[in-house]
Structure formats: structure tokens, C-alpha cells
Write a protein that binds this ligand. Structure first.
Ligand code: CP
Ligand code: NVA
Length: 304
């Protein structure tokens, strides 16, 4: 049945396992050259209020590969940009489309859109969450042979949308997550509460990156300045310096620890060149997998 995906908490462990298994199947089917038509005659709208390389392109290609039609737009090209309400936009778009993918600023905007829509909605990133990215990352880690119930993942950097969603995933899947951010940049309190309520994951929050990466199987980071936060950049860069993933920090994790970054990376800031291009890094494989897992998400949300 079609359904929306606004938050990682919309999914339980079984849902995530299903998405991962379907992604493996979709990868095999693509390699064998079989065409898949699970989105045949489906038209999917994509509203992107922020820039995107991976999410936009992988979803557009994914929709085409599944036999559907993608329609990309942004507020500058819509009446939304001239003050038409989200509620009215959602009602009208629902009458043309079979689903809408939205990247926006305030998480409340996507909730309001979904409340007024009559078709399923996918969250392609808000200030609070980035569920499609993290589901794809779980696939990548499983593909690398990690145990999603037992691994230890250390997230170092800003307590942003990516960090929040990883915490949610830990709560759902059961893995250990150790998040280290500078003081005042901790993850969202409501997300933490919700993840801890699930009682599955082992969630630690600290301001000590060296402690956080100890015994970690995976090191994960993201930009220090997320889209929409550009005003704070100068001050933030100074505060975040000790939170760079570099060779010294990597040496404190397990010897074969994998390094992840959702990209785009700011080389020399949150991650050093030598690490992003080094043997532990799986960042480009991680990015490539967005297409495979994106298709599994599209099917879950938009196919009959
Ligand atoms: N990781 C990610 O979502 O990248 P884009 O901003 O390029 O979509
Ligand atoms: N935290 C980043 C992720 C980009 C994919 C941002 O929101 O800009």
C-alpha cells in the first residue's frame, strides 16, 4: 500500500529490513538488464526548496528506471514562491500526481504538506531529518558485512538532520551510536527522546570525539554548516576544528573502521582529504547506493 515517509520513525525494524532486501534485489535485477515497471503510469512531483545533487538526480533516474515520470520544480518556478499556501499547493498537486518528494527547510512544512495532500509524500531532507540518506547508508553498511544490530557507529561533527536520523536508526535497528559534537550543537532533543524510548539502540552523546570513536566500526561525519545556516559559518568553523575526521582521529577507531559522509564534503573542514580519499573511505559507494535504495523507497511509497 502506498505510504508517506516523512521521518525514520515512520518505519520499524521490519520495514527497514524489507527496504534493504528489496534494494539487494533491485541491484541484481539491474545487473541482469531486466526492466522493472513498478511505477508504470505514475507521475511523481519533486519540490526542492534547497539545492541537491545526489537526492534529486538519483530520484529522477530511479523514477525513470521504474517506468514512472518525474516532474522537478522549485519555489521560484511555482506560485508557492509568490505566497500560495502549502496547504493549497498540496491539494492541487495531489490532483495531478501520484506522489510528491519534498526537500525543504522547516520540518513543519513537510508535515503540513502531507496533512493537506491526498497522495504519499517522501522527505528528501528537512532541517530535522534525512531519512532517505540514512536508509541507504544502512544498506551500504549491510552490504559491507556489518551487523546492523551490533555495530558501533561514531558520528562526529554537527548535531544536524543527518545525525538526528542516524540516532533514530540506532533506536530502531539496535546498533550502538556515539555522537560527539561541540557544546551547544547537540542533536535534536525530541529525536533523542523518541529514539531512546524505543529502547533498542545504545545511544551516547558527548563532546569528546576521541572517546566517541573508540572501538567504532564506522566513523560518520557531515558538513558543519548545513543548508540554511550559512550566516553562522565563520564562528562555527573555529569551534568545530577538533571535530575533524582526520588520520589521527581515525587511528583511534577499530583498525578497519569504515568512513562515511553523506556528501557534499567540505574537504579540509569536517574531513581531511587523506581520509576521504583513503582506504577506509566508502563515501562514493555510499553515494552510488542512493540510486538503488531510492528505488526501493519509491516503490514502498508510490507503487500500488
Ligand atoms: N547527500 C545528499 O543528500 O546530497 P544532495 O544534497 O546532493 O542531495
Ligand atoms: N546536513 C546537510 C546535509 C546535506 C545532504 C544539510 O542539511 O545541508
Amino acid at each position: 500500500m502506498p505510504r508517506s515517509l516523512l521521518s525514520i520513525f515512520d518505519l520499524d525494524k521490519k520495514d527497514i529490513e524489507k527496504l534493504i532486501n528489496r534494494s539487494f534485489k533491485l541491484r541484481t535485477l539491474k545487473k541482469s538488464g531486466k526492466s522493472i515497471n513498478t511505477l508504470k503510469r505514475k507521475s511523481v512531483g519533486m519540490i526542492f526548496e534547497k539545492l541537491s545533487t545526489r537526492t534529486r538526480i538519483s530520484f529522477e533516474v530511479g523514477i525513470n528506471e521504474l517506468g514512472g515520470q518525474a516532474l522537478y520544480t522549485n519555489p521560484a518556478d511555482m506560485q508557492l514562491g509568490r505566497g500560495e499556501t502549502i496547504a493549497d499547493t498540496a491539494r492541487v498537486m495531489s490532483s495531478y500526481l501520484d506522489g510528491v518528494i519534498i526537500r525543504t527547510y522547516d520540518h513543519e512544512r513537510i508535515i503540513e504538506f502531507e496533512r493537506n495532500a491526498t497522495v504519499p509524500i517522501i522527505n528528501a531532507l528537512t532541517n530535522i531529518e534525512h531519512p532517505c540518506q540514512i536508509i541507504s547508508d544502512l544498506f551500504t553498511l549491510k552490504d559491507k558485512g556489518l551487523d546492523l544490530e551490533r555495530m558501533k557507529l561514531a558520528y562526529i561533527g554537527d548535531g544536524n538532520n543527518v545525525a538526528n536520523t542516524l540516532i533514530g536508526a540506532a533506536g530502531i535497528m539496535g546498533f550502538q551510536i556515539s555522537v560527539s559534537t561541540p557544546k551547544g550543537f547537540e542533536p535534536d532533543k525530541n529525536v533523542l527522546k523518541e529514539a531512546k524510548n524505543l529502547k533498542n539502540g545504545k545511544i551516547q552523546i558527548s563532546n569528546n570525539p576521541k572517546q566517541a570513536v573508540k572501538n567504532a566500526d564506522v566513523l560518520y561525519t557531515d558538513v558543519w554548516i548545513s543548508m540554511g545556516q550559512e550566516n553562522d559559518s565563520r564562528k562555527k568553523e573555529q569551534i568545530f576544528k577538533p571535530y575533524q575526521i582526520n588520520r589521527a582521529l581515525l587511528s583511534k577507531a577499530r583498525p578497519k573502521a569504515l568512513v562515511m559522509h553523506c556528501l557534499p564534503a567540505h574537504r579540509g573542514k569536517e574531513i581531511s582529504d587523506e581520509v576521504v580519499d583513503g582506504p577506509n573511505s566508502i563515501v562514493f559507494e555510499q553515494a552510488a547506493n542512493r540510486l538503488i535504495v531510492g528505488k526501493a523507497i519509491l516503490e514502498m511509497c508510490f507503487s500500488d
